[in-house]
Design a binder for this molecule. Structure first.
Ligand code: NAD
Length: 365
């Protein structure tokens, strides 16, 4: 049971359209929102499906832009902003990069958005926007950036290459796992978090075994929606902070970094809040949440070592400095030594070093 005797909770009012072929219902959703001229946004890899959606909208598609980029560079947003013309809405087709550009444009223009996600990153369900300028990534939370409608079609995720399926699933699971110990957690958010992890634990091995298993792709999208909703509802902690540093300062790929770091960050925090992470251990049938996540990541072929992305031992002190520069809440006090041990484990992908994390388990309630 996830009962709490006290909590505040802000539900998400976004409309969700879920199911096979739902991408063909984007037109209906334009009518519902009263939109007549929408800009369709994607990354280059999604040009085909974004073009199909734009084509189905006919004259209601004001244009198709396939130049969205990872970490939402402000330069791309500003160039596109200058050419918005008479568009009265935005349709993002793709992962967090396409959705990020639509959010950045919505922030500046006030235009409504429809998100058609193609990864499990979960950005479509949050009022959060991360943008990069001059090599620095900043994040803001603003209700104007939350998409009004989300259209989940399993066909869109079913083209994900296997390695991205694994990384993106771990990225989504990370939102749920950190949601379980969030300072502002609530019982419904925790239910969604556990159910989201359960959905991925069941679905990813199925799509790995049979890429034509549409029900399993849908189940994974169900997980992505739940985990993304948790991300939009409660505050994240050490794991997301570290991934933000590794992505922003070292330009490492987003989903892959989440996949590598998660078991190590959770091993660090599990020493302080084992009871809050017990549902994760149970879902994966492991002794600890960290072990369960480590084994699951290996089983589904997710990357497990930062060194595979060019991060080296010499980078650890700088990463620790940047992570410590701005204090943030975490269920366990963060120390320089602890972070160094954590990143050393993530560097090579060894099993999370439980014994090294068991010394002082100061818990911050
Ligand atoms: P992404 O959107 O950058 O996609 C990764 C790569 O995979 C891209 O090259 C993309 O074109 C390709 N791709 C996407 N879907 C595909 C598919 N179905 N088939 C084949 N190729 C596909 O990656 P992402 O992990 O979805 O998103 C990462 C970005 O989103 C980061 O900038 C991150 O900060 C942001 N993000 C934001 C939030 C939020 O709430 N604001 C949440 C999660 C992620």
């Amino acid at each position: 049971m996830f009962f709490q005797s006290r909590f505040d909770c802000q539900g998400s009012p976004a409309r969700v359209v879920f199911g096979p072929s739902s991408r063909l219902r984007v037109g209906e959703e334009l009518v519902r929102l009263g939109l007549e001229r929408v800009l369709v946004i994607a990354t280059p890899e999604l040009e085909g499906v974004a073009g199909e959606i734009a084509g189905a909208l006919g004259p209601r598609a004001a244009g198709l832009f396939v130049g969205a980029a990872m970490h939402t560079p402000v330069s791309v947003t500003e160039a596109r902003m200058a050419r918005l013309g008479d568009a009265d809405g935005l349709v993002a087709v793709g992962g967090g990069s396409a959705i990020g550009l639509a959010k950045a444009l919505a922030l500046r223009s006030g235009l409504p958005q429809i998100a058609v996600p193609s990864t499990f990153a979960g950005s479509e369900a949050t009022p959060i926007l991360g943008e990069t300028k001059g090599g620095e990534k900043t994040t803001l939370t603003d209700l104007r950036v939350r998409p009004d409608t989300i259209v989940y079609d399993p066909l869109l995720v079913s083209s994900l290459p296997p390695r991205l399926v694994a990384s993106s699933a771990m990225n989504a699971i990370a939102h749920a796992v950190e949601g379980l110990y969030a300072r502002d957690r609530n019982p419904v958010g925790s239910l969604m978090a556990a159910e989201g992890i359960r959905a991925f634990a069941a679905a990813v091995p199925r799509v790995d075994a049979d890429r034509a298993d549409l029900e399993a792709w849908s189940m994974a999208q169900y997980g992505a929606w739940l985990c993304g909703t948790v991300l939009g509802q409660v505050g994240m902690a050490l794991h997301h902070k570290l991934c933000h540093v590794l992505g922003g300062t070292f330009d490492l790929p987003h989903a892959e970094v989440h996949a590598v770091v998660l078991p190590h960050a959770i091993a660090y925090n599990e020493a302080a809040v084992p009871e809050l992470l017990a549902p994760v251990a149970r879902i994966f049938g492991a002794e600890t949440a960290a072990d369960g996540l480590h084994e699951f990541a290996r089983a589904i072929g997710a990357p497990t070592a930062l060194e595979a992305f060019g991060f080296t031992e010499a980078d650890i002190p700088r990463a620790v400095d940047v992570a410590l520069a701005r204090p943030y809440w975490n269920p366990r006090a963060i120390t320089r030594e602890g972070l160094s041990v954590l990143l050393s484990g993530a560097l090579t992908g060894e099993r999370p070093a439980r014994a090294m994390f068991n010394e002082d388990t100061e818990t911050v309630k």
